[in-house]
Write a new protein. Structure first.
Length: 143
């Protein structure tokens, strides 16, 4: 019951150094950094074509977990010799659960039928991910 992702989500810290780096990155990508809310939480910068961009860069995720705490619990790996940090399955599960709850609330409260339908679809996707993560964590506990 694998589900392939359509994009890569990068969760970055919200601090002045990262904000400055994101402004430089937006300029290099040919985007106007003034057009993005780089200087406050809630950043969502996309690289690629919508509705399924290649990369989404976020400085805030559902449930508003503590970035530093999640970073410290993350897996620090190497991919082709380059350092990669991947969020722990437990933290990802909590974020997915928070996102599903938000989408459920949006599905009830949004007046626009298209936005409501999108929220329902996102909640369903998150629930599939939640089921996969719960199964993974249960299997890991058995090993």
């Amino acid at each position: 019951m694998d589900r392939q992702t359509r994009d890569l989500d990068l969760w970055i810290p919200y601090d002045p150094i990262t904000v400055a780096g994101m402004a430089r990155f937006a300029q290099q990508m040919g985007q106007d950094p003034q057009a993005h809310p780089l200087d406050h939480a809630g950043l969502r910068l996309t690289v690629g074509e919508l509705p399924h961009p290649d990369v989404e860069i976020l400085n805030f995720v559902a449930g508003d977990p503590d970035f530093d705490a999640c970073f410290n619990r993350a897996q620090h790996l190497a991919l082709d010799g380059e350092p990669v940090v991947a969020i722990s399955a437990e933290d990802l599960l909590a974020i997915k659960q928070a996102c599903a709850a938000i989408m459920d609330q949006d599905a009830v409260n949004l007046a626009d039928p298209e936005k409501r339908a999108a929220s329902v679809n996102t909640a369903l996707k998150e629930r599939r991910d939640i089921a996969l993560l719960e199964r993974f964590l249960a299997e890991r506990k058995r090993d």
